[in-house]
Design a protein around this ligand. Structure first.
Ligand code: GDP
Length: 391
């Protein structure tokens, strides 16, 4: 499908940058004129692939290119004030060629957390195309303020968008890695999963009409209806050996094991692994409203029966009859991969926990603020009878 892609804030910009790199690597044409928006000049400078003309610095009058710290109320205010500057960048996009908008942001900070919901609201007012969000939740150890920001932004972003696809940094945090190295790996994972979903139906260099290729309306219909989504993914490399046979190797979350199953079984097992392995937002899949299965790889490996079986299994697992699916032929691919989009998930302990910690953080902040006011009053009151203020 064709997306108008907008990264808001630092995380949003970096993920969009990674999407553009993915697009170049694969030769796909998914993103129309990717845009990065930020209040911090240095973050925009740090991007490598988003064209310079598509980097929009907002809030210069208020924060002079230095960012908003983690103040997402200020982030939202600035986005509202400078929405015309963002719109001007989007005016360059041929919107008639676009199937949907995708706004990417880390929800724990200030610029993206505040700005993404504001932009979603604006786009929905102006355009008829659906507006989707890709929201990144902060890791639990980032602290109360990030959690509070994320909880507030999340509920607003969900309200303003047609669907928010969620990636939870907490579920993907690696110990013993530098933050930057960790994020680079995490961003590649985000792009691998969402790139496969959005890339389906945009196959390049291949005239073969897939038997049941996924088209953009199926992705849109899966996401339509609002709510929150999560994505599962699993891949297995298939390489031709010298004697022309196939050797396979399973790769899932770093665990390697060898598997000799035939193509049907390979696909059904990849669907199970995608659904039961680590999701972008871990949750209980029962009660999922709609799902979409995409199986990609070399055309000869995309067994129709396997995909059908995978779909039936997903119907049982989610308790939903609305399971779409199709193949995504990639002629020179060395892996067979399955990506499953679960939309309208609502049994998500992580969101409940985020809200609980956010309420606690709000109470702590209010208490400390009140104490701090009292302490300052006490400090200044001392001797105020004798010492008159200057004016
Ligand atoms: P902003 O620039 O004010 O919008 O804030 P940031 O985007 O820097 O940070 C917001 C949150 O996004 C942080 O709390 C992190 O949880 C997360 N984050 C920051 N950078 C990255 C990144 O490169 N990748 C991912 N996955 N998350 C990030």
């Amino acid at each position: 499908m064709k997306l108008a892609l907008i990264g808001f804030g630092q995380a949003g910009g970096k993920i969009v940058d990674e999407f553009v790199a993915y697009e170049r690597r694969t030769g796909l044409d998914i993103f129309s004129a990717p845009v990065a928006v930020n209040t911090a000049k240095t973050d925009l400078h740090g991007l490598e692939h988003v064209p310079t003309d598509n980097r929009v610095l907002i809030g210069q009058a208020r924060v002079k290119g230095h960012g908003v710290g983690a103040d997402n109320e200020l982030g939202a205010e600035i986005a509202e004030q400078d929405i015309d500057e963002v719109q001007a960048a989007l005016d360059e996009i041929p919107v008639h060629e676009v199937d949907a908008f995708l706004i990417v942001a880390g929800l724990g900070g200030g610029t993206g957390s505040g700005g993404a919901p504001v932009l979603a609201k604006h786009l929905k007012r102006i355009y008829t195309e659906p507006v989707f969000g890709l929201g990144v939740l902060p890791a639990a150890d980032e602290g109360g303020i990030y959690t509070l920001n994320a909880a507030r932004s999340f509920q607003t972003f969900v309200r303003e968008s047609d669907n928010v696809l969620v990636f939870d940094n907490d579920a993907w945090r690696q110990t013993g890695e530098s933050m930057r190295g960790g994020y680079d790996e995490i961003n590649r994972e985000i792009v691998r999963r969402f790139g496969m979903l959005f890339g389906a139906g945009e196959t390049v260099g291949n005239d073969r009409v897939a038997e049941s290729v996924v088209d953009s309306s199926e992705i849109i219909n899966t996401l339509a209806g609002g709510g929150v989504s999560t994505v599962g993914y699993a891949a297995e490399s298939v390489r031709t050996t010298d004697d022309g046979g196939l050797r396979s190797r399973i790769r899932r979350d770093g665990d390697d094991a060898f598997d000799e199953t035939n193509t049907t079984n390979r696909i059904t097992s990849l669907v199970r692994k995608a659904a039961l392995g680590r999701l972008t937002l871990p949750c209980d899949l029962s009660g999922t409203e709609r799902s979409l299965l995409v199986v990609g790889g070399p055309p000869g490996q995309l067994d129709r029966k396997g995909i059908e079986r995978g779909r039936s299994w997903l119907e049982e697992e989610t308790g939903s009859m609305e399971v779409r699916g199709g193949d995504y032929p990639i002629p020179d691919a060395e892996t067979v991969a399955s990506a499953v989009l679960f939309s309208g998930v609502h049994k998500v302990p992580r969101i409940k926990e985020l809200q609980r910690v956010a309420i606690e953080a709000r109470e702590n902040i209010d208490r400390l603020q009140a104490e701090s006011d009292d302490n300052l009053d006490r400090l200044l009151d001392e001797g105020s009878e004798e010492i008159a203020p200057l004016y």
